[in-house]
Design a protein around this ligand. Structure first.
Ligand SMILES: Cc1ncc(COP(=O)(O)O)c(C=O)c1O
Length: 416
């Protein structure tokens, strides 16, 4: 039974300390959170600023096609990232497709399996074979040594991801690609606002590709961009995102429609103005997690490399079922019942998603680090919109689960 003096409430959420296992929502107790906590809730800058920009665009009657706000956003993003060119696009996936086609990649391309499926999809659609290499357990990014072993005559590029904003080993990957004479690209969807060796992510490799989807640290509702220091590539990308036009009525190559509209750029400008505040709020949330998850045996929070700056937009951890006493998936079910929608991220891995699972059924056997992580990883609700009280309540819940794990595991077994 729950005693009334053991109930605490906070605005927006309904707090109940768990006293006994039957208090867990999975077994009929009241959920800890009355409104769900999702892994990410979109950031949003100043509403007045956004609607002011929309109003201006309305008056101009210039809604798309290289509008003034898209141009302004591209200039400001390039400045912030310390890179010569920023070419916005309608999504991160469209940006990746543009880069793949502009560089005329062919044959096969080395990618991690521990990433979002979109990269492999864009390769596959272009008739290119994705070759999955393993990740480094230290940063969960493409392992240069595993990559080296996958080099073959038909490999035309390497595309690495900076997962959760943790920079890949750029130096080693660049050295490998230089030796092979192939371009190195980055899927930097998670890494806006992060640095590597003191320099912003965005200026590395031949090009970096960002997603500006609403769930990302910096976003434009939907959108994306390619950043590069290569003038010729930038010009090709600009033309290819606009059907291949090079002048008013001149089409010089095959292209697509991957343009960003003005209303998307308005959201980008609004969020860019607020981005330093967003970074600070996300860092506070991250620090709350560092405190809240401290000393919970079986849940190890992943901390960014101390030498790099993180955007702190994600909180991911590795679970150890043996130490925790419940499996990662049982933990997810317990949390879900409490209104905490933590996730298994990049699960089940690109290599286990169609069409790759059918095309390359044995890929997983050669990716031991990837496979192990996919079975252990958990991503918690985080970012600028999650407050410290919620994190502390979640930490207490996790501590309760860890302390009563044997009883919970038995109750789950009886229930199922
Ligand atoms: C790592 C990663 N790459 C690429 C994408 C695709 O970006 P978009 O949704 O903007 O197409 C996402 C997520 O959306 C992602 O998380």
């Amino acid at each position: 039974m729950i005693e009334s003096d053991q109930i605490s409430e906070a605005p927006g959420s309904f707090r109940r300390e768990k006293i006994s296992v039957s208090d867990l929502a999975a077994f009929g107790g009241a959920p800890l959170f009355s409104s769900p906590l999702h892994v990410t809730r979109p950031n949003a800058g100043d509403k007045e600023r956004f609607f002011g920009l929309v109003e201006e665009s309305w008056e101009r009657r210039w809604f798309t096609n290289d509008g003034v706000m898209v141009a302004d956003l591209e200039t400001r993003l390039a400045d912030r990232l310390g890179v010569k060119h920023c070419i916005t696009a309608s999504s991160g996936t469209a940006a990746m497709e543009l880069a793949i086609r502009a560089l005329e990649l062919a044959g096969s391309v080395i990618v991690p399996a521990f990433t979002f499926v979109s990269t492999a999809h864009m390769l596959h659609w272009a008739g290119i074979r994705p070759v999955f290499a393993d990740i480094d357990p230290r940063n969960w990014a493409l392992d240069p040594e595993s990559c080296r072993k996958k080099i073959a005559p038909d490999v035309s590029a390497v595309i690495a991801t900076h997962p959760f904003g943790m920079a890949a080993d750029i130096e080693a990957l660049q050295a490998l690609c230089d030796k092979e004479g192939i371009p190195l690209l980055f899927d930097s969807a998670h890494a806006f606002g992060c640095t590597y060796q003191g320099k912003p992510i965005g200026g590395f490799g031949r090009a970096e590709i960002f997603s500006f989807h609403a769930t990302k640290a910096f976003h434009t509702f939907e959108g994306g961009a390619i950043t590069t220091n290569d003038d010729a590539l930038a010009a090709d990308l600009r033309s290819m995102r606009n059907f291949g036009f090079s002048g008013y009525d001149q089409v010089e190559r095959a292209g697509t429609n991957a343009k960003m509209s003005e209303i998307h750029a308005a959201m980008g400008l609004t969020n860019l103005d607020a981005f330093d505040d967003i970074l600070a709020a996300s860092a506070r949330c991250f620090q709350s997690y560092e405190q809240a998850l401290r000393d919970i045996g079986g849940i190890t929070m992943r901390l960014p490399n101390a030498a790099d700056r993180s955007n702190h937009h994600y909180v991911a951890a590795e679970t150890d079922s043996e130490r925790l006493g419940v499996t990662r998936d049982q933990l997810l079910d317990l949390l879900g019942a409490e209104g905490v929608y933590a996730r298994r991220y990049f699960y089940p891995g690109t290599h286990c998603s169609e069409p790759y699972r059918t095309l390359f059924p044995d890929a997983g056997a050669k990716l031991p680090v990837t496979e192990a992580l996919l079975n252990r990883i958990i991503q918690f609700p985080a970012g600028a919109t999650v407050d410290g009280d919620d994190v502390r309540a979640l930490g207490n819940l996790l501590r309760f689960i860890a302390a009563h794990a044997a009883e919970i595991a038995e109750a789950l077994a009886q229930r199922d």
